[in-house]
Each structure stands twice: as C-alpha cells, then as structure tokens.
Ligand binder design. Structure first.
Ligand SMILES: C[S@@+](CC[C@H](N)C(=O)[O-])C[C@H]1O[C@@H](n2cnc3c(N)ncnc32)[C@H](O)[C@@H]1O
Length: 276
C-alpha cells in the first residue's frame, strides 16, 4: 500500500473545496443519511461531507493506515474505521453514498474498490480523482515551471498505478454496473503570494533541500536513471534556492492547478447484476 504522511495530505489539500463546492452537487449531499469516505487519510473530504449533509446524517471515514486515522479522528471529531477499500468492513447496502478522494489513483486494481463500493451502497457511489498528467504550474522563478513538468512527466512514467486516472473513473463506474454516471471537474488552485505562510516557507525549504523530490526517488529513477535523478535533484535544489531568495524579497508567486474529476453513479435497484 502506498503510504502518505499527515503533513503531506494537509499541505496538498489546503484550501480544497473552500472556494466552491459546485462540483459536488451530483453527490446530493443534503439528502444523504449514511456516508462512507473511503481512503479518507486525514479526513480532508470527510469534514466537507459532514458539513454538507444534514445534522442527522452519519459520515464515517475509512482508511487502511491507522496513523492517518488517528490524525483524522483528532482533527475532525468524526467516526473513523480501519478497513481495506477492496474488503470494506460494512454490510451490503448499508450506506447511501460511498465516496473516495484520491484513492483510486493509488490502487493497483481500482476496479476492485469500485465493485466493493457498489456492494456497500444502496444508492450513490462517487469518486473525486485527480488527473495528475494535466497539472499546471506557473511561477515567478523561471526554472520552476519546466522542472516541475520534467519531474511530473518522469514520475508518471515511473509510477505503478494510474495517477492520471481522473476522468477514466467514468468507465470504471460503468463497467461496475453503475447507472446514470455523471462527471464534473473541479480545479484545486494553490496560490502562493507574499506574505508567506509557515506551510509555504516549509515547502520552499523542501525544494532547496531536495526532500520533496526525494519522496519520489524510486519512481523517478525507474523512469530515467540514477544519474538522471541526481542531475534533476541538483537543478531542483538550485531552483529551490532561487525560490527562497525571491521569497525573502517578497517577490515570489506561484500558481498550481490540479484538476479533479468528480464521478457519480447510481446503484441499480436490484444491484449491478441483480444478485442482491
Ligand atoms: C492520496 S491519499 C488521499 C486521502 C484523502 N482522501 C484526501 O483526499 O486527502 C490516499 C489514501 O488512501 C489510503 N489507502 C491506500 N490504499 C488503501 C486501501 N487499499 N484501502 C483503504 N485505504 C487505502 C491511504 O492510506 C491514504 O490515506
């Protein structure tokens, strides 16, 4: 299982869904009674689901990583449950919405999880999945945009799951027997401008030390070579030092746009194969 730190999830999700929740409208949250957020991590989406559902609704976060669940429990105060997405510890048709965010892109066989979501929901199944091949970055540090693209393209070649899954969730949903499959797109925009937050300063420090890139060393080396990775890391750290310099002058600006596809389908009355 691919593991994530609580710090990474909190940093990358910052501001997500705080500008607009229009792309979640097909989840019909105001009419939900029992919702599962599978692969909830630190509970960034669980919190949004809880805010958008009626007070009497139950929203439960599920994750395979007990450390992240402990953080989610502490940060959200919501019920959390340990479980694997492909074998959920819930009865058939015991929820009216099973949803995930950035989970399917991390699974070797996402169709197994979608089938399990269909078993556990008696109404809606939804996935909020990024298309990491379509991420864009603009920056006042000239080298940053090109280096981000170079690293992203290599990572996409080296990683062993489909991290650009995004809109392909529609096909997975239809194959799993879901009906009325609809999708909409949400752009998570992360803007960095002066004055800089603690998180932004830490992120710049991680660029200058190469720590952010090192998290993906395995995938980058698999796609290129150890020598190419070392060269990329050298140029990346140089770029990081320029970022810090521009920040000190209050002149650094960066905009990252990550597209997320929100896909929603309905479980047919008699189950996908009429076997309920
Ligand atoms: C990229 S994080 C997304 C977290 C959260 N949904 C969010 O958007 O911030 C992926 C999450 O899926 C969890 N995960 C990975 N494989 C899993 C599995 N087989 N079953 C349950 N959770 C899993 C990880 O522990 C992690 O919390």
């Amino acid at each position: 299982m691919r593991r994530f730190s609580a710090e990474y999830l909190e940093r990358t999700r910052q501001g997500m869904w705080s500008d607009s929740r229009a792309a979640l409208s097909d989840l019909d949250l105001q009419n939900r009674r029992r919702v599962l957020d599978v692969g909830c991590g630190t509970g960034e989406l669980t919190r949004v689901l809880d805010a958008e559902t009626p007070p009497a609704a139950t929203v439960i976060g599920v994750d395979a990583d007990p450390d992240l669940l402990a953080v989610a429990r502490h940060e959200t105060g919501l019920p959390m449950c340990a479980g694997d997405a492909s074998r959920l510890p819930f009865r058939t048709a015991s929820a009216d919405l099973v949803v995930c965010q950035a989970l399917l892109i991390n699974l070797p066989d996402p169709s197994l999880a979608v089938r399990e979501f269909v078993r556990v929901s008696d109404d809606l199944v939804a996935a909020v999945e990024p298309d990491n091949a379509a991420v864009t970055v603009s920056s006042t540090v000239d080298a940053e945009e090109g280096l981000e693209r170079e690293a992203r393209e290599a990572y996409l070649r080296g990683v062993d799951t489909d991290v650009a899954l995004g809109g392909k969730a529609r096909e997975l949903f239809e194959t799993a027997g879901l009906k009325d499959v609809r999708s909409s797109r949400y752009h998570h925009e992360k803007r960095t401008t002066a004055p800089y937050s603690e998180v932004e300063l830490r992120s710049a420090a991680r660029k200058a030390s190469g720590a952010g890139l090192a998290d993906h060393r395995e995938e980058l080396e698999r796609a290129t070579s150890a020598a190419a990775y070392d060269d990329l890391r050298r140029r990346w750290r140089e770029m990081g030092r320029s970022v810090i310099k521009r920040m000190r002058a209050g002149e650094y600006e960066r905009l990252e746009r990550v597209p997320f596809d929100v896909t929603v389908g309905r479980v047919p009355a008699n189950g996908p194969a009429g076997d309920r």
